[in-house]
Ligand binder design. Structure first.
Ligand SMILES: *Cc1c(COP(=O)(O)O)cnc(C)c1O
Length: 399
C-alpha cells in the first residue's frame, strides 16, 4: 500500500511543488521588447509622442474623457490630490486596508487622512462608516477598489452628503474592472491607476489619472512638469524658449520608453483580464467547502479585475494567519499579505495619533487576510498546487 505523506512541508512533509510560485508576476512578450526597442532607436526618449498615444489608448480602454499619464501610481494619486487645493486641516477619508501611497498623497498636499472601516466581506471602504466620519472639513473620499473589485462610487458620494466632496478613486488594482455596466474611470471625477510590474499593465514604473474634468486634466499636465506653463515640445512647435512657472509642480513625467511598453501591454489587457477571471473562478470553485478559508465576497466575478486573490483565514485552526503564510511558503507558494493596517504603521501613529482598536473591523480583516498567487502567466496546474497546499495545511491544523 502506498502511504501518501500529507503532512505540510513546514511539518516535515514534501512541498507540493518544486519551483516557487510568486503571488504575482508581469508578462513581457516579444512584441513589448520590439516596441520599446523601436522607441529607443528614435528621437524621443522622455515624455513625447508615445506617452500621448498611451494616454489616448488609456482613454479608449477606460472610456474616460481625459487621461494624464505620470511616472508612478503614487504620482497619479499626488497629482489627483493636488487638484483638490487642500488647506491645512482639510480632511480626506481613506480606508486603512490599502497601500501606504493612498494616504501619503493626502499628506503630500498638506491634508489630513481620516481612516475609515472596510466591509469585512468585500474589503471595500464601508460607506456607512464613511458617513459617520464626514465633517465640515471633509474635502474628498478616497475609496480603493481593493483587489480589483469595484466599489460603489455613488454610495460614497451620498455618504459625503455635500456635492463639493470629491471622490478620488484609487483604482491601482482595477484597470478594466466594470461596475454596473461602466468601466472604472469612465465617468470618474478622479481615478488613479498604477503600472507597477505587479499590476495589470506595466511601464516598469508608471501611473495615470482618468478624469471627466478638462480643468483638472490641465492642472495635472502642468503639475507633472514642474508647474511650467508649457512643455518642451509645445515651445519647439511655437519656436519660443519662454515659459512661466505657474505653481509648484514636480517632475512626474513618464518616459516614452515606458509608454511604449505600456502601449504594447495594453493590447493584451482584455486577454489577461479573461485569464485572471478564469483563474479566480477556478479558485472560487476549488476552495469552496475547505473549512476556515473565506474568499472575498464577490457578486460579479466578471466585473472584477482580479489584481490579487485575497482570502481570510477564519477560526478553527491551531495556527494564525502568519503561521498560514509561513506554511504556504514552505510549500513554495509565495503567499503575501495586502496589507498591514495603514493607521497602525509608525508614521500614522506618530502624525495622527492612531492606536490599535480605532478600526476594529479593519484590524480583524488585516490580521486574517492573505493573498494567494494569481497572474495571467500562471497555469491551471500552478493553481491546483496552491489549492492542494491550502487543503493540506487546513487538514493538518484543524481543531
Ligand atoms: C500599487 C499601488 C499604488 C501605488 O502605485 P505605484 O505605481 O507603485 O506608485 C497605490 N495604491 C494602491 C492600492 C496600489 O496597489
Amino acid at each position: 500500500m502506498i502511504v501518501v505523506d500529507r503532512r505540510p512541508a513546514i511539518e516535515g512533509g514534501t512541498p507540493v511543488r518544486e519551483r516557487p510560485l510568486p503571488y504575482g508576476r508581469h508578462t513581457v512578450a516579444q512584441a513589448d521588447v520590439d516596441a520599446v526597442t523601436a522607441v529607443l532607436r528614435g528621437d524621443w526618449l522622455t515624455t513625447g509622442p508615445t506617452v500621448d498615444r498611451f494616454a489616448d489608448e488609456l482613454r479608449r480602454v477606460t472610456g474616460a474623457a481625459h487621461v494624464v499619464v505620470v511616472n508612478s501610481g503614487t504620482a497619479a494619486l499626488h497629482a489627483a490630490c493636488a487638484t483638490l487645493d487642500l488647506r491645512p486641516g482639510d480632511e480626506v477619508i481613506v480606508p486603512a486596508l490599502t497601500f501606504a501611497a493612498s494616504a501619503n498623497a493626502v499628506l503630500y498636499e498638506g491634508g489630513t487622512p481620516v481612516f475609515a472601516e472596510v466591509d469585512s466581506r468585500t474589503f471595500l471602504l464601508d460607506s456607512a462608516d464613511v458617513a459617520r466620519r464626514v465633517t465640515e472639513r471633509t474635502r474628498a473620499i478616497m475609496p480603493v477598489h481593493y483587489a480589483g473589485l469595484p466599489a460603489d462610487v455613488r454610495a460614497y458620494a451620498s455618504a459625503g452628503g455635500r456635492s463639493d466632496v470629491v471622490i478620488v478613486e484609487d483604482a491601482a488594482h482595477a484597470l478594466g474592472a466594470v461596475w454596473d455596466g461602466a468601466v472604472v474611470g469612465a465617468s470618474s471625477e478622479l481615478a488613479t491607476f498604477s503600472f507597477h510590474p505587479v499590476k495589470h499593465v506595466t511601464t516598469g514604473e508608471g501611473g495615470a489619472v482618468a478624469t471627466r474634468s478638462a480643468a483638472r486634466a490641465q492642472r495635472m499636465l502642468r503639475f507633472r512638469n514642474h508647474g511650467l506653463s508649457s512643455e518642451v515640445r509645445g515651445r519647439e512647435a511655437q519656436r519660443t524658449w519662454q515659459y512661466d512657472l505657474l505653481e509648484l509642480g514636480y517632475n512626474y513625467r513618464l518616459s516614452d520608453l515606458g509608454a511604449a511598453l505600456g502601449l504594447s501591454q495594453l493590447a493584451r489587457l482584455e486577454a489577461s483580464l479573461r485569464r485572471r477571471r478564469q483563474l479566480a473562478r477556478m479558485y472560487l470553485e476549488q476552495l469552496r467547502g475547505i473549512p476556515a478559508i473565506v474568499p472575498q465576497a464577490v457578486a460579479d466575478v466578471d466585473g472584477h479585475a482580479w489584481h490579487i486573490f485575497p482570502i481570510l483565514v477564519g477560526e478553527g485552526l491551531r495556527i494564525d494567519r502568519d503561521g498560514f503564510v509561513r506554511a504556504l511558503r514552505a510549500e513554495r507558494i509565495l503567499a503575501n499579505v495586502h496589507y498591514a493596517p495603514l493607521h497602525l504603521l509608525s508614521l500614522y501613529r506618530e502624525r495622527l495619533g492612531c492606536r490599535p482598536g480605532m478600526l476594529p473591523v479593519t484590524e480583524l480583516v488585516c490580521s486574517r487576510i492573505l493573498t494567494l498567487p494569481l497572474y495571467p502567466g500562471m497555469t491551471d496546474d500552478d493553481l491546483a498546487s496552491v489549492v492542494e497546499a491550502v487543503r493540506r495545511i487546513v487538514d493538518f491544523y484543524r481543531t
